[in-house]
Every structure is written in structure tokens, then in C-alpha cells.
Write a protein that binds this ligand. Structure first.
Ligand code: PGA
Length: 251
């Protein structure tokens, strides 16, 4: 079985001003440095305006930086958009694409997500591609069909384990305090693993994160599930103590 180092990613969403972001990132960077060898990679994804200051503050630490979205284009007349090269310039190594809030609020479908991931790859970023079913889809027993379709449509040609991470985030678990049970997570992550193996030569080495109300009290059992290679954390990533507790629950 491929060795997969866990990735603990914080998605700050639209939260925090400069001082908050600097305090949080510096706190985490200091803990990481002080901890020495840890069995996880740690990533924070602040809002766009905070990327440069946070990137500078953590530049000499192992804490990685990521964007929450990127444009599918390289540059040009795309008002309000941010290119992969701009993210790299700010110090990013990762970018989240296809988060369910982008899919819902901005009407991004699988083809748009694949185009963004392809642009991220071309720009030298690791794309964290998000998938996940709604509550109605799960209630109808269609969660694997939905996630299978999202994977097929959202992963660009040529993706590899080096430039792609999958985040499974059931929409009904995001920000709701409801989490999928370890059994449900095991079933879905196993399904995603098989789909990745079919699709990619190194599908075994792709990291698959779980996201949706991950917190210190449930992280240990979720991170111990087979094929769970880390977490994408929203709310609990805004508190250094909680995010650190989630990360250190990895073994
Ligand atoms: P949550 O968000 O941890 O607040 O549920 C997760 C996410 O949307 O990435």
C-alpha cells in the first residue's frame, strides 16, 4: 500500500482580517516548528487579501499556504478573479477547487472545476478537488453515484498524486455540526480510492481528505479510518488550539 502522509488543511473561508490571520498563522507556525517531526503536513487557506501577509509571516516555517479558489485562465480581462500564478507569487503551494460553497454560490459545475484544477496544475499548484453529496442525495442512496460523477468530471486529464488531493465533504456535514459516521466515511473513501485507482496510474498514492464538522472531539476516530489521509477543516481551523488538536490526533 502506498505511504500517504496525512494533510491537515484549514479552510478559513471568508473569515478574519489581517491581524486575526497573522496571529493564527504565526501561532500555528510556531507550534509546528517547536514540535519537530510530526506525522502530518499542515496547510492554511486564508482569504485572498491575507495571502501575502500570511505568506510572508510563515515563509520560514513548515506551515503551507493555499488559496480557496483560482481562475481557470492564466491572466487577462477576468474582473475579480485570481490566477494560479498570483497564488504562487504569494507563497501558495495548494489551492482548493470545487468547494461545495463555490459549486452552490457561484454555479461551478464539474467542467469548471476541472478547468480550474488543470490551470492550478499548469501553474505548479497542488489542487485540492472537493466532492460530496447533498443530504437529499444521501437519503436517496445516491451518494456514490453523485461522488463518482463529480470525480469523473472534476479531475483533469494528466492529474497525478503529486499535484492532486481529493477532499470528500458531504454537503450536509459542512458547518452543521453533523459528521458522517466512521462507517459511512470508510465506505465513501474506499469507493473514491477504487475510482482513483481506475482513473490514475498512481491512484493509490492520492491523498483523500475528509471534511465536514471535523473537530478535536471526532478527529481521532475519523483520521483512523482506512483511506482517510487527512482533513479539510472549516470552523475549527479558525482556533489555533482546536486546529492543532485535530492535527495532533493523527498518528
Ligand atoms: P466545517 O467546514 O469544518 O466548518 O464543517 C469544512 C469545509 O467546508 O471545508
Amino acid at each position: 500500500m502506498a505511504e500517504r502522509r496525512k494533510l491537515i488543511a484549514g479552510n478559513w473561508k471568508m473569515n478574519g482580517l489581517k491581524r486575526d490571520g497573522l496571529d493564527l498563522a504565526s501561532d500555528l507556525a510556531g507550534r509546528l516548528k517547536g514540535a519537530g517531526a510530526v506525522p502530518f503536513d499542515m496547510l492554511v487557506c486564508p482569504p485572498f487579501p491575507l495571502l501575502f501577509p500570511v505568506g510572508e509571516a510563515i515563509a520560514d516555517s513548515p506551515l503551507a499556504l493555499g488559496g480557496q479558489d483560482c481562475a481557470p485562465q492564466e491572466k487577462g480581462a477576468h474582473t475579480g478573479d485570481v490566477s494560479p500564478a498570483m497564488l504562487v507569487d504569494a507563497g501558495c503551494r495548494f489551492v482548493i477547487v470545487g468547494h461545495s460553497e463555490r459549486r452552490q454560490d457561484h454555479g461551478e459545475g464539474d467542467a469548471a472545476v476541472a478547468a480550474k484544477a488543470a490551470a492550478a496544475h499548469a501553474g505548479g499548484l497542488v489542487a485540492i478537488i472537493c466532492v460530496g453529496e447533498t443530504e437529499a442525495e444521501r437519503d436517496a442512496g445516491r451518494e456514490q453515484e453523485v461522488v463518482g460523477r463529480q470525480l469523473a468530471g472534476s479531475i483533469p486529464e494528466g492529474a497525478t498524486a503529486a499535484d492532486t488531493v481529493i477532499a470528500y465533504e458531504p454537503v450536509w456535514a459542512i458547518g452543521t455540526g453533523k459528521t458522517a459516521t466512521p462507517d459511512d466515511v470508510a465506505a465513501m473513501h474506499g469507493f473514491i480510492r477504487r475510482a482513483l485507482r481506475d482513473r490514475m496510474a498512481d491512484g493509490d498514492a492520492v491523498r483523500i481528505l475528509y471534511g465536514g464538522s471535523v473537530k478535536p472531539s471526532n478527529a481521532g476516530e475519523l483520521m483512523a479510518v482506512a483511506d482517510v489521509d487527512g482533513a479539510l477543516v472549516g470552523g475549527a481551523s479558525l482556533k489555533a488550539d482546536d486546529f492543532w488538536a485535530i492535527a495532533t490526533s493523527c498518528r
